[in-house]
Design a protein around this ligand. Structure first.
Ligand SMILES: [Zn+2]
Ligand SMILES: [Zn+2]
Length: 146
């Protein structure tokens, strides 16, 4: 086993939790953020896509998301729990308004509480087939039941 990782926000030892898709996520018992090693987030999102496809996906609250993003951008940089490099804050995907802290050395990504759910929702609403289409074309596809 690797050494115990600590939360970049409050230095609490992270606990390993089993998440969807057989992924082990190191999460903080204090602030409920989670450290995802490279590839783990993709596994969660892919698993989630199948699950959500069978049910109604909730509406996103764009105003709250924009507010959260502005707040996140103002926060100081945190360090990688694995290699202690400062994490760089990046927007996940295109115009998701969701910021994740990414290790420049590729160890993984830190996501704050609620952000995994937001990422899942964003991923669900932006299927690869529709992402690049102009809105009028998307509307036509919707009318065609695509
Ligand atoms: Zn924490
Ligand atoms: Zn790192």
């Amino acid at each position: 086993m690797a050494t115990t990782l600590c939360c970049p926000h409050d230095a609490s030892p992270l606990t390993t939790e089993h998440y969807e898709g057989g992924v082990n996520v190191d999460s903080c018992p204090v602030c409920h953020g989670a450290w995802l090693e490279q590839g783990e987030l993709d596994t969660i999102l892919k698993t989630r896509e199948r699950a959500v496809a069978q049910s109604e996906s909730p509406e996103s609250d764009a105003v709250a998301a924009a507010y959260e993003m502005a707040k996140d951008k103002a926060a100081p940089a945190i360090q990688c729990p694995s290699c202690n490099e400062p994490l760089s804050r990046e927007e996940f995907g295109f115009a998701s308004r969701i910021l994740v802290d990414v290790c420049p050395k590729g160890c993984g990504r830190w996501v704050d509480r609620g952000e995994i759910a937001a990422l899942e929702q964003f991923y669900e609403q932006n299927r690869p087939a529709q992402r690049q289409l102009p809105s009028f074309l998307t509307a036509i596809l919707v009318m065609l039941g695509q």
